[in-house]
Design a protein around this ligand. Structure first.
Ligand SMILES: Cc1ncc(COP(=O)(O)O)c(C=O)c1O
Length: 434
């Protein structure tokens, strides 16, 4: 007789497997597949030599080696926190003092994902409201689902989240008496996962102004996820939303060494208001009482060295080339396909493809035809949250050019077009309004 079931916590029973597991499994089952699904980084340009040299430098010094192999503090290595603060403030064109920040406002985390998790833990009770872009980073949505939080969404255009729509939404919530439940606005404001779009400077200012204005009886926080910021390959960097939070009150800024350096280091960081920091540190204390020391020591030395800047520059070239190859392949293959349109990212590694009238969902004929043709993508529906009627838009696709080689990118888009051709005659599906 099987044992009686164990009794899950409320949070565990609300937590489901990430949709990405399905796609990783498919890629493992079909090694010939070109995968545009998983958001992995380019393999060939991982900084093996730079990390080897840095680790050797640390471990060849007895005292430095001991420090790197010992437990560290919950908040993270001071040298790395100082380095991170410099990195972000230099990018924003300010001094830490201009924006009321010191290294005490920085926390090192086990990837930026841990920060998202910890912030979720300190902020959300069931039925609390979180506002996100539509679409948004689906792993964050899964996290919100396990908290039982209500996700309300704001549409995007070429300049990122529509702040006029955000204002209208906040206004509606105030009038319906639900504003007290709004805890945070989440934005992936640089080359967003999944659309590749960025928030314009004007809207960054407006975002901060809006949360300030609507924080009447409690503070609404902005969770600014800048994971892809350093991977810009065209145009000038944009100041962060954090840059406009000059008293360090409203914005939690998080980013990571995973994208511009190596996800294997699993080292991320966050800059946040002191009271939020206190709550995060209490929780991180019982979570892991500090992220891996060795990774932090490597990230600290590496990010302060010229090798880091050289590597980031090289990476930008690698991803620019892959983006160009993907855009060219889309233009060639979908030239005769007016239903197709796509974004042109200025950085990061995602292109968002819209196929008007074609169901792109996990169980759709297109997904089956794509697998048959040998290409894998993430259905756009994974990035959306169902509206009141339970509908999500189902005619979009996230294409990641992070890990595929340029040759695979060209071949994968050819296969995707072949899959679309195999569907000719398929009926237009109803697409829910976001
Ligand atoms: C938007 C976004 N935020 C956060 C993360 C987490 O990255 P990490 O935990 O490796 O820093 C990812 C990873 O793909 C991401 O796409």
């Amino acid at each position: 007789m099987p044992p009686a079931p164990f009794v899950r916590s409320g949070k565990s029973s609300r937590t489901t497997d990430s949709p990405i597991s399905y796609f990783i499994q498919k890629a493992i089952e079909n090694p010939g597949l070109v995968s545009f699904a998983a958001g992995l980084v380019d393999e060939g340009s991982l900084p093996v030599e730079e990390v080897r040299a840095t680790a050797a430098e640390i471990l060849s010094d007895q005292l430095a080696g001991q420090a790197a192999l010992q437990y560290g503090s919950t908040q993270g290595l001071t040298a790395l926190r100082e380095q991170v603060l410099k990195l972000v403030c230099d990018a924003d064109g300010v001094t830490p003092a201009d924006v009321n920040l010191t290294a005490a406002d920085v926390c090192i985390t086990t990837g930026s994902q841990q920060l998202l998790y910890l912030v979720g833990e300190i902020l959300f009770d069931p039925d609390d409201i979180v506002i996100t872009e539509a679409p948004s980073y689906f792993v964050f949505h899964s996290l919100l689902q396990s908290h039982g939080a209500r996700v309300l969404t704001v549409p995007m255009d070429a300049d990122g989240m529509r702040t006029d729509e955000l204002e209208a939404l906040l206004d509606r919530l105030r009038r319906s008496g639900e504003l007290p439940r709004v805890k945070a606005v989440y934005t992936v404001d640089y080359f967003q996962n999944p659309t590749g779009l960025s928030l314009s400077v004007e809207r960054r200012k407006k975002l901060v102004e809006l949360v300030r204005r609507f924080s009447t009886d409690h503070r609404i926080l902005i969770l600014e996820d800048a994971a892809y910021r350093e991977l810009r390959f065209t145009g000038d960097d944009l100041p962060s939303a954090k840059r406009f939070d000059t008293a360090n009150e409203y914005v939690i800024y998080t980013s990571t060494f995973s994208k511009p350096c190596a996800p294997g280091l699993k080292t991320g960081y966050a800059i946040m208001p002191p009271d939020v920091m206190e709550a995060v540190l209490h929780l991180k204390g019982s979570h892991d009482f500090g992220s891996a020391s060795l990774s932090q020591h490597i990230a600290s030395r590496l990010s302060a060295s010229p090798a880091y800047a050289r590597h980031a520059e090289e990476l930008r070239g690698v991803y620019r080339h892959k983006r160009d190859v993907m855009l060219k392949a889309l233009e060639t293959e979908f030239a005769d396909f007016p239903a197709a349109s796509w974004t042109v990212p200025a950085g990061g590694f995602y292109v968002w493809l819209t196929l008007d009238g074609i169901d792109t969902g996990t169980t759709s004929p297109l997904m089956a035809a794509a697998l048959e043709a040998g290409v894998l993508y993430v259905p756009g529906e994974c990035g959306h949250v169902a509206d009141e009627s339970g509908c999500v838009p189902n005619n979009e696709i996230r294409l990641c050019f992070g890990v595929a080689t340029p040759e695979q990118v060209t071949e994968g888009i050819r296969r995707l077009r072949k899959a679309c051709a195999a569907l000719s005659g398929s009926k237009k599906k109803v697409v829910a309004k976001v």
